[in-house]
Design a protein around this ligand. Structure first.
Ligand code: SF4
Length: 405
């Protein structure tokens, strides 16, 4: 029997979290702390993590699973933690894709050396109901606000880091805002989003920037590889070092994609249940919040305006049926097309090795995208444990060379 996280463990155990979105997950850690959980975010991103993953996960399996599991086992073996007081947390999408089974892969990897460690699932599909860990409605709302603040911070950070005159200005502003948002979460004032958005934009706009124009490069693809510096070899940093500005679609898009897929299921298969009703209400709430952020950023005028999710959906309709939702499904071509429509024809399509569904909806759509947008300069990069960093970077450099040509 796998170890189960009991209610008492909330007071005795530290939960290890994988690092998918450095800004967002840092904020989400505060939510856990406010609700009585002790957590530690794992940030190690060197080759040792990949090698550890290879010991436990077959290299035919999805690369994100290999990395997340490698990061956990590497941390556990480091001697920094008492395994009797540790739990690990992994997300499950609850859909048909293999991400729903990462939990079992992780349990299998822990089985021999760390059988006492409970594995927690973070999901919104009702999986793993018997665990003592529960996301309460209050935690859910707090996390949602962390996604919103994480998105706006990621957006402004990428712009100012590209152009900052004094290296480090952006990082110190980011650090300051993470602390301020943590304080807002603690004091309960975090729902005053408009005021915080405006203050963030104003503050980042004060950073002295170089007066030049660099090409924008969009990053789309599978959720983990798109955002995680461990998985994509610090792609945002690499693009900046090569003289480009990374444009990374909001994490909120993925949350809305998951919510609207449940609503679509009800429409496609002609049924209504409590899940479709709740997810529809959640989707409409998220859309309202997204539009509020878009309005504020547009009004300010200096930073990249995120895509409206309804615009993404209509872009998706040009290529796919919205029933195609395995993996990141219709979201990948929709985000690629939205970038093209918003004047960002240069796109890195990040794919994990072993990810069949996303190869179909992403690489499979490249020809159609190029036909519709002749200016498209798209490179698909497959991240896998055997590919060297130099090889992967060379592919991206070729795409960047196309811009200069
Ligand atoms: S989307 Fe790809 S990488 Fe993610 S679980 Fe599915 S097959 Fe694996």
């Amino acid at each position: 029997m796998p170890a189960v996280f009991t209610k008492e463990m909330k007071h005795t155990h530290t939960i290890l979290l994988p690092d998918m979105l450095p800004v967002h997950f840092g904020l989400i850690q505060t939510v856990f702390a406010l609700n009585g959980y002790k957590t530690e975010l794992l940030t190690k991103s060197d080759r040792a993590v990949v090698d550890e993953g290879l010991q436990h996960v077959h290299n035919d399996t999805c690369y994100p699973a290999l990395l997340v599991i490698g990061q956990f086992i590497d941390a556990l073996k480091s001697g920094r933690f008492n395994p009797d007081k540790i739990a690990v947390m992994i997300s499950q999408t609850g859909g048909g894709c293999r991400a729903s089974n990462y939990l079992h892969l992780l349990r299998k990897a822990l089985e021999t050396e760390f059988p006492q460690i409970p594995v927690l699932s973070i999901n919104f599909s009702g999986l793993e109901r018997d665990s003592g860990f529960k996301i309460t409605p209050k935690m859910f709302i707090q996390m949602l606000y962390c996604v919103l603040y994480g998105d706006i911070l990621m957006n402004v950070r990428n712009h100012t880091r590209t152009y900052e005159i004094h290296k480090g200005d952006t990082d110190s502003k980011l650090h300051k805002w993470v602390i301020l948002i943590e304080r807002a979460l603690k004091s309960g004032h975090y729902k005053d989003t408009k005021r915080y958005y405006n203050a963030i934009l104003e503050d980042f706009a004060k950073i002295p920037l170089k007066n030049e124009k660099k090409p924008k490069v969009g990053i789309v693809g599978e959720i983990y590889v798109k955002y995680s510096p461990l998985a994509n070899n610090h792609l945002e940093d690499f693009l900046i070092s090569e003289g480009a500005e990374p444009i990374v679609p909001a994490f909120l898009d993925f949350c809305m994609y998951c919510a609207v897929n449940t609503v679509n299921d009800g429409i496609i298969y002609n049924f209504t249940d409590s899940k479709t009703i709740i997810f529809k209400a959640a989707y409409l709430f998220l859309l309202r919040k997204q539009r509020e952020m878009i309005r504020v950023i547009k009004q300010h005028g200096q930073f990249e305006v995120p895509h409206d999710f309804e615009e993404l959906r209509s872009n998706a309709d040009k290529y796919f049926h919205q029933g195609v939702k395995m993996g990141e499904g219709w979201l990948i071509p929709a985000e690629t097309a939205a970038l093209m429509e918003h004047g960002v024809p240069n796109v890195v399509l990040t794919q994990p090795f072993g990810c069949l569904p996303n190869h179909i909806v992403a690489k499979g759509m490249m020809r159609t995208i190029r036909e519709n947008y002749p200016e498209a300069n798209v490179v698909a990069v497959d991240y896998d444990p055997g590919a060297t960093k130099v090889n992967l970077e060379n592919r991206i450099k070729l795409m960047l060379a196309n811009i200069r040509n």
